[in-house]
Design a protein around this ligand. Structure first.
Ligand code: SF4
Length: 227
C-alpha cells in the first residue's frame, strides 16, 4: 500500500496567488526536490499516512472550506499516493482540489491531473531562487497543467532580473493566452532585500506586453499573521 510523509494538516485561508483569502484544508507534504534560497518551509517532522488514514483525518466536521490544498514542500514527490488518496476523496467529498507545486515534476503531474481542479504553479526564476533554471521542465509542466484552471506564480526578490521575467512570459504565452501570472514579492524584514516598487512595475510592464492578466500579490497570510 502507498504511504506518504505529511508534515501537517490544518484549516486556514489561502495566503498566496489568485485564491488569496479562500478557506482551505491544507495538507502539507514533506520534502522537496528543490532548495530555493528563500525557502521558509519547515522540514523538521512528518507523520506517515496511508490513503485511508488520511481520509480519516479530514471529515467534514473540520469545518467549512472551499477546497483542499495539496502543498509542501513539493506534493508531487508523492504523486502515486496522491492519486490513490484523491480517488477515494473525490468519491466522498465534492470539494475542489487545489495543487500548489513548484512546476518541475511534469511526469508526476500527469499521474494526478485527472483529479486536480486548480493548479498554482510556481515559476522558479533562477535569479530569484539562486539555483539552476527549470525552463524546459516548466514548459512541459504547463502543457499538461493547462487542461485545468492554472495560474503561474513567480517569487520576486531584489535579485530578480528582467531577462528571467521575459523568458517566463515567452513560455507561458507559447502554451496558452489564458494562464494568468502572479508576481509575488518575497516577504522579508530586511529593507535592503525588499523588492522595489520600480522593479515590480518594470516586470509587470514586461509581462503586460506578452501575457494577460498580471497581478502583484504579496504573501497575505504573513502580513495578517495566520498560518
Ligand atoms: S520549491 Fe518551495 S518548498 Fe521547495 S525549496 Fe523551493 S520554496 Fe522551498
Amino acid at each position: 500500500m502507498k504511504e506518504a510523509k505529511i508534515s501537517e494538516i490544518f484549516l486556514s485561508i489561502q495566503g498566496e496567488g489568485l485564491y488569496v483569502g479562500v478557506p482551505q484544508l491544507f495538507i502539507r507534504f514533506y520534502g522537496c526536490n528543490l532548495s530555493c534560497i528563500f525557502c521558509d518551509t519547515n522540514f523538521d517532522s512528518y507523520r506517515t499516512f496511508t490513503p485511508d488514514a488520511l481520509m480519516g483525518e479530514i471529515p467534514e466536521s473540520k469545518g467549512p472550506y472551499h477546497s483542499i490544498s495539496l502543498t509542501g514542500g513539493e506534493p508531487l514527490l508523492q504523486a502515486d499516493f496522491i492519486r490513490d488518496f484523491l480517488d477515494k476523496y473525490k468519491k466522498f467529498y465534492k470539494k475542489l482540489v487545489y495543487l500548489e507545486t513548484n512546476g518541475t515534476l511534469y511526469r508526476e503531474l500527469s499521474k494526478v491531473i485527472d483529479y486536480v481542479d486548480i493548479i498554482a504553479m510556481d515559476f522558479k526564476l533562477p535569479s530569484s531562487t539562486g539555483r539552476a533554471s527549470f525552463w524546459k521542465e516548466h514548459e512541459k509542466f504547463l502543457k499538461i497543467a493547462k487542461k485545468r484552471k492554472t495560474f503561474a506564480k513567480a517569487i520576486i526578490t531584489h535579485k530578480t532580473i528582467s531577462g528571467d521575467i521575459l523568458r517566463m512570459a515567452e513560455i507561458v504565452k507559447k502554451i496558452s493566452n489564458d494562464i494568468p501570472i502572479v508576481l509575488q514579492p518575497v516577504t522579508t524584514l530586511i529593507d535592503s532585500e525588499k523588492t522595489s516598487r520600480e522593479s515590480l512595475e518594470r516586470f509587470r510592464d514586461i509581462l503586460k506586453e506578452s501575457t494577460e492578466p498580471v497581478e502583484i500579490i504579496p504573501q497575505v497570510h504573513k502580513i495578517i499573521g495566520v498560518k
